[in-house]
Design a protein around this ligand. Sequence first.
Ligand code: GLN
Ligand code: ZN
Length: 761
Amino acid sequence: MTTTIIGFPRIGHHRELKFATEHYWKNKINQEELQQTAYQIRKNHWQAQQKAGIDLIPVGDFSFFDGVLDTANLLNIVPARYKELNLSELDEYFAQARGYQKGTETVKALPMKKWFNTNYHYIVPEFSKTTEVKLVGNKLFNEVNEALELGVNAKAVITGPYTLLKLSRFLDGTKPRDYVDSLITAYQQVIARLGEKGVKWLQIDEPALSFDVDAAEKQLFDDLYDGILAEKHTTKILLQNYFGDIRDIYNDVVSKDFDGIGLDFVEGKYNNQLLQQNGFPDDKVLFAGVVNGKNIWRNHYANTIKFLNQLNTKADVVLSSSASLLHVPYTAEDETKLPADVKQHLAFALQKLDEIKELDNIYRDEADGKAALEKNDALFHNVKHPVNPAVHNRIANLTDADYTRLPARAEREKVQKKEFKLPILPTTTIGSFPQTKDVRQNRSKLRKGEITREQYDKFNEDKIVRILRKQEEIGLDVLVHGEYERNDMVEYFGEKLDGFVFTQNGWVQSYGTRGVKPPIIWGDISRTAPITVKASVFAKNHTDKLIKGMLTGPVTIFNWSFPREDVTPKESVTQIALALQDEVLDLEKHDIKIIQIDEPALRENLPLRKSNWYSEYLDWAVPAFRLVHSKVQASTQIHTHMCYSEFGDIIKAIDDLDADVISFEASRADFTLIDQLVAANFQTEVGPGVYDIHSPRIPSEQEIEDLIKQLVHKLPIDKIWINPDCGLKTRTEEESFKSLQNIVDATKKVRSEINEPNSVI
Ligand code: GLN
Ligand code: ZN
């Protein structure tokens, strides 16, 4: 045994799983038909791996929604409210993943969160007083049976107990410790049952070891695994880490009775140092993650072989991917429209299987190894990323002044207040209005060539005028154009910037049946023509109110694309920032006085280890944002927007973006964030979201009024903005309009109370 992968994309070559699952949800096919499709997909994926010559094939990495949820369900970690619905096993599973509604009965879905530093989302398991951990599920074992029947050399895959506990939510005062014993028993039973079936390896995924591990967490890890490993069975245990290194716990891990340890040598560069310093036990198998599971570029064999040859161990080495291939598209072969010089550098999931096999041949001096090595090497002698000397020039000439906006924020605040004459507690939205069916149809007609560009633009312009009237009618203070022209906040900019290329079929699972098709950064990035200016100016010319221009920020564009590996993230982000600077200055020139630069991905891009947050990331990402806007006049107001995550721990970095205003997601529970802002003496004006746009619920005027009053009590009144917590793109118009009306009415009420002579607010 010499090759394996951590996991394979689940959605199918042509996203068959997505379509079948969605059909099932709409009652167009029954459960049996869905299961049949799922089986076909698994079979195809196993056979593709066999065909590529992969020895040890992951089984159980398939999922109808998410692997963490699969493991939770296998172990009976299912909240009672879902069990009480008395659904079939699969429907109960979907109810947890996406909520359940039948007649008057509604149960909300479990929360979903970003999976480490990827753009995949997992379902957050919930532990409570009623949780009884025990092995109840059959999915893993059924899939193992299928694989074995097909002659697949199966490596069963499961989320590890440490990661499960780290990622879960604990209610009713329960804590991870309470479940250690029952988890040990359950995992032991899993191992025993796999042993009975003759499964040779079980891969236990523990990516959470890439976070900081403190003494208490190390103890938790020890207790779990000392328990689980106390009894050995015929199935060998592989402890699989990815997304980083295990520096806090390396010696502990290698001293335990694992049969194999899987390390990520791509993102976890430090792992090699750990091996050099501490060695790696001869009697364990080292699963070496050397082929990048998260990016789409070809592996440079010569470098990888050099790396493998210097590994400090006599142990058996199995070549593997650095992470599950879930994060890359299925096959680059389908990309018929990409230029050949780009395509030859791409390795999606199927190509990565071949790479692992070829690397293995080279590493072990197999006959065909040398030819493969030479062919691969030639590729790297001849990379032609389009170079734009002007971009390099611009970067070389940057000085501190380019990253510093003058005058200082307090000064600008005065100028802007005078210029805009907005009422106290100004109201606005985050940018997008509902992307109704007709908006999507219009876009699809253009794509299919059924309408002309002029017809397409005219449709969107009518939409802009309509939504401006609506916003005026509602009484909002700062208006937006509605973002009807954008399919996606990153793809839209990527398409208009030089340096990006696009796939036709490069789908990657984002969550459940939802996929994204990330743009690929290929050359130097620059702006060749204005991007948003036309729509913003059109909007400005159709209202007397202030218009807010709308851009996606450099970090977010970068993070939601496939990055280059031959240049640093800092270099790419700086290039994007300069391209956006051109856009900002252009908007300003066209008299757009308020410009919002969205950075929802700023937080999610943080290194997993806190100690690296500034040194490896924020120290350049924050200045890159400033680079976008630092050249505007004092009277131009820069907004930013963030969502999907908690910001309490990066407040200072957010203030350092030096925006004039920030709007962010602040659900009711998170209003504690406001206290943190106060404690940190936050200087940016803030619009904490008073309407949760992720829910179809329309907040009442009273409810919003109460929230606004809370804000007014905590923050300086002249620093508060009132807005929803994110764009309205996914909501219906009815919900949005009603909610916005309540927001405006509530704000007006609070304003008038404040203006009363003896106001107590
Ligand atoms: N301006 C964007 C919108 O309103 C922001 C989206 C986001 O934060 N993800 O849709
Ligand atoms: Zn948002």
